[in-house]
Design a protein around this ligand. Structure first.
Ligand code: ARG
Length: 497
């Protein structure tokens, strides 16, 4: 039936199948196979089929309202697009990919629509360009997908907070430079990671305002010459606003740069958490034991339990950083509006998104199922870690801190010479260094791990009350109504046992 359109519709007979092209009227030859291979994006952008179809349905409605699509054509297009959506969905579910010969998802949808709606389909692309179409599809996809990351982040936070609540009495070494520094509550360590992740959620949410702008109606670059109500169109599609300039609308990928930068920062946070746990799970530390579900073995050494999941999370930070750097390099120095360089946006976006989502889930599962060895943590503490507290004893008795620091240093040197630790340094040695060290009984009170951590009651400190305050703040935040702001992601309880 559509043969009569051959002079205006470009079909190429390639070796295998007829290929429908949205362009080509002024071309006499088909593109070289190697160019097609480089140019074709269907394998990547077929993931946008729902957004592409939704965009087309709303566009058709606007064309109808503006008098450029009669009711009959409009009906045929809406009906046809519904069928195309079902068709594609079934194919993607059963085969995992589309085998259409067309270059991208926009061409596939239009060609398939032709099969369902006949000549009515030829009016759908009126005053529209793939430039505003693909920019719209990607933004719509992100608006749908980003809340999934947000939910995954919140699940990880919830697991960490639940552990922090349950394990609040475990005291463990705190490190700086990976050297034993001061005793801390294990929960305090867990929450230190939570606050980074909490900021990641906030930063993710902050992207929404800039992301939720519809480029549709920007045309190729100049805007739309037909009376299309862009605001209404944007609203129909669920956007908060329209892009305020058509050249910006088709050319800007700042929202993707922002997302990739965000992903790489979130990746950095996960990698630091992963690294801490990898160290703590080594036999030398033995503070945590990873579950079978989140460990792997060695093909040669039967005794091995390797933290491969955490190592992959740690490595993923590098990959995410690479993707975000790569895309900024693609954009650098591009001339205004649409250039085909921009097509790589989706590949990088999807790859980062998938990687980060998996990393979040693996981290959540690992932490939810790991065991913490409280005894091992306690045994890793040694009295030298209370040297700062000893200096504070002197400070409380009026000794200037710098002097106190040196006096405790002297005590350490003396203990070292006698081959004992600070706790076993004879009392007369202390009083010889400085009488303000007080009585032996007073001094011995310093050598208690729980008494030590309980001194740190300042906001954000490691005392129980300060840790509980953090937990309470996080619960309040987790329970707050932020979930209803459009980035949906209902809170699920993830009990630890
Ligand atoms: N596949 C293209 C992309 O995602 C669609 C836009 C094509 N526009 C063009 N002028 N060739 O970037």
């Amino acid at each position: 039936m559509y043969l009569k359109y051959l002079p205006t519709l470009q079909y190429y007979k390639s070796k295998d199948k007829e290929r429908y092209q949205l362009w080509g009227g002024c071309f006499e030859e088909e593109p070289a196979a190697v160019l097609r291979r480089l140019n074709d994006s269907l394998a990547v952008d077929s993931r946008l089929f729902r957004q592409d179809i939704r965009g087309s349905q709303c566009w058709a409605r606007e064309l109808n309202r503006s008098g450029h699509l009669n009711d009959q054509d409009h009906k045929a297009i809406q009906h046809g697009l519904n069928n195309v959506e079902k068709e594609i969905e079934e194919e993607l579910t059963s085969k995992g990919r589309l085998s259409d010969p067309e270059e991208d998802i926009h061409s596939v949808v239009e060609r398939r629509l032709y099969a369902h709606a006949g000549d009515s389909a030829l009016r759908l692309h009126t005053a529209r360009s793939r430039n505003d179409q693909s920019a719209t599809d990607t933004r719509l996809w992100m608006l749908r997908a980003l809340p999934t990351l947000r939910t995954a982040l919140k699940n990880l936070i919830l697991v960490l907070v639940s552990r922090a609540e349950k394990e609040i009495d475990i005291i463990a070494p705190g490190y700086t430079h990976l050297q034993r520094a001061q005793p801390i509550r294990w929960s305090h360590f867990l929450l230190s990671h939570v606050w980074c992740l909490r900021d990641d959620v906030t930063r993710l949410e902050e992207q929404k305002g800039r992301l939720s702008r519809s480029p549709l109606g920007s045309g190729a670059l100049a805007g739309c010459a037909l009376p299309i109500d862009r605001e209404r169109l944007a609203q129909d599609l669920g956007f908060e606003d329209v892009t305020p300039n058509s050249m910006f609308g088709v050319g800007s990928r700042d929202h993707i740069v922002e997302f990739l930068n965000w992903s790489s920062l979130c990746g950095l946070h996960l990698s630091r958490l992963a690294e801490d746990l990898i160290i703590y799970s080594s036999q030398e530390f033995g503070i945590v034991r990873l579950s079978d579900q989140f460990s792997t073995g060695s093909s040669l050494m039967p005794q091995k339990r390797n933290p491969d999941g955490l190592e992959l999370v740690r490595g993923a930070a590098g990959l995410l950083l690479g993707e975000s750097f790569a895309f900024s390099c693609v954009l650098k120095g591009l001339p205004s509006t649409y250039n085909k360089d921009l097509q790589s946006d989706k590949e990088l976006l999807f790859r980062s998104y998938d990687k980060l989502l998996d990393c979040l889930k693996v981290t959540t599962g690992t932490i939810r199922t790991m065991e913490v060895n409280a005894d091992k943590a306690l045994r890793a503490l040694e009295p030298g870690m209370l040297a700062t507290d000893l200096a504070h004893v002197l400070v409380r008795r009026g000794v200037p801190f710098r002097r106190a620091h040196h006096l405790v240093g002297t005590a350490l040197r003396r203990a070292n010479a006698l081959g004992v630790d600070l706790q076993n340094l004879p009392h007369q040695e202390y009083t010889a260094i400085c009488p303000e060290f007080g009585t032996d009984e007073e001094l011995q009170k310093v050598f208690s791990w729980s008494a030590s951590v309980e001194q740190y009651t300042s906001a954000g400190g490691t005392a129980k009350i300060s840790v509980q305050r953090q937990i309470q703040q996080l619960h309040q935040w987790l329970d707050s109504k932020q979930d209803d702001d459009g980035f949906r992601g209902r809170r699920r309880r993830l009990p630890l046992d």
